[in-house]
Design a protein around this ligand. Structure first.
Ligand SMILES: NC(=O)c1ccc[n+]([C@@H]2O[C@H](COP(=O)([O-])OP(=O)(O)OC[C@H]3O[C@@H](n4cnc5c(N)ncnc54)[C@H](O)[C@@H]3O)[C@@H](O)[C@H]2O)c1
Length: 309
């Protein structure tokens, strides 16, 4: 009897909390969530030397954050540092760091802790793409993709999460990709690295939730192609549903998601439907939809990585 009462109570609490969560979701779908203040927060951005990383740095500069910029490319990173200063950042620090190398991440992270302080918003943004068919991709490049796009996230979490836990205050941002949700022809190593990054970020979110670490937030960002140069030459088969995004638009949405402490951001919105459809459409229908959307030829014409690798 006591056992039955206990499980009935558990069920009622679960139902009550679920209704509250649903109401909250509906309310925030109608009125925008309040945005948090990030002035004075120490924001570390990896891959800050170009593309999204640079634009994110400029946005957080305008919001009054202290900026820590990491990139493997010293010259570009210093240029971002200068631009962030011009955009209003009062404290901005540039560090050259190859975040695919664990020891280098730990060394530069210690330097940051001594010279700047505890990072409270960590944005894992650095990324590379090989853009080759699996069998044409040399082992070193496959390893590099996994090291930069996924393993770097592990090392930066190891370096900065302890202080976030101690302060019960922090935000972990994973700049992943829609290629971390749905496999893409011609992007096997990239997809593997992004699926791994998603799974890792989601699991650490659940770990902190289970431990009651309410002050630690997570945002996982999964965009379709963005015009930063990384996927130069790629085309979309269906521009109305899957447009190639403008970097400024993408960064505005990413910053909004961080300030509103949203767990997921998929862009464009059609990606939410694709993920939903993927879980229950029969394979044949899914493949037909993929064909209709031009999803099998996305990488035709790709020139992005050839400039870099
Ligand atoms: N551009 C897109 O279409 C697109 C779409 C979805 C997701 N993304 C993701 O967004 C993120 C940013 O991409 P972007 O479009 O701004 O690309 P980008 O090439 O303009 O910027 C990537 C930055 O990462 C830096 N970087 C590369 N390897 C590094 C390393 N080992 N250590 C430190 N820094 C390193 C580069 O120097 C560069 O400044 C990436 O993670 C990418 O996978 C991009």
């Amino acid at each position: 009897m006591a056992l039955k009462l206990k499980s009935a109570k558990k069920l009622f609490i679960f139902l009550g909390k679920s209704v509250l969560a649903l109401v909250e979701t509906v309310v925030f779908a109608i009125i925008p969530k309040p945005r948090k203040n990030v002035a004075g927060e120490i924001v570390l951005i990896t891959g800050a030397g170009s593309g999204l990383g640079r634009l994110l740095a400029l946005k957080f500069a305008q919001l009054g954050s202290v900026l820590v910029l990491w990139d493997i490319n010293q010259e570009n990173n210093e240029e971002t540092c200068k631009m962030a200063g011009e955009a209003g950042a009062t404290r901005v620090y540039a560090y050259t760091c190859d975040c695919s190398r664990k020891e280098e991440v730990y060394r530069v992270a210690n330097q940051v802790k001594k010279e700047v302080g505890d990072v409270s918003i960590l944005i894992n943004n650095a990324g590379i793409v090989t853009g080759r068919n699996f069998m044409d991709c040399p082992d070193e490049l496959i390893e590099k993709s996994l090291d930069v796009n996924f393993k770097a996230h592990i090392w930066t979490y190891k370096a900065f999460l302890p202080a976030m836990i101690a302060n019960d205050h922090g935000h972990l941002v994973c700049i992943s990709s829609s290629a971390g949700l749905i496999g893409i022809n011609g992007l096997a190593d990239y997809c593997a690295s992004k699926f791994a990054a998603n799974g890792f970020a989601e699991s650490i979110f659940l770990e902190s939730f289970a431990k009651g670490q309410k002050g630690i937030k997570t945002t996982i960002v999964c965009p379709f192609f963005i015009k930063t140069g990384m996927f130069d030459g790629c085309t979309t088969g269906c521009p109305s549903l899957l447009p190639i995004l403008e970097p400024e638009y993408a960064v505005r949405k990413i910053v909004d998601a961080i300030l509103q402490e949203n767990l997921y951001l998929y862009m464009p919105k059609f990606i939410y439907l694709m993920v939903f459809l993927k879980s229950f459409l029969p394979l044949k229908l899914g493949l037909l939809l993929g064909e209709y959307l031009g999803a099998f030829n996305l990488m035709d014409g790709f020139t992005g990585a050839r400039k870099k690798n």
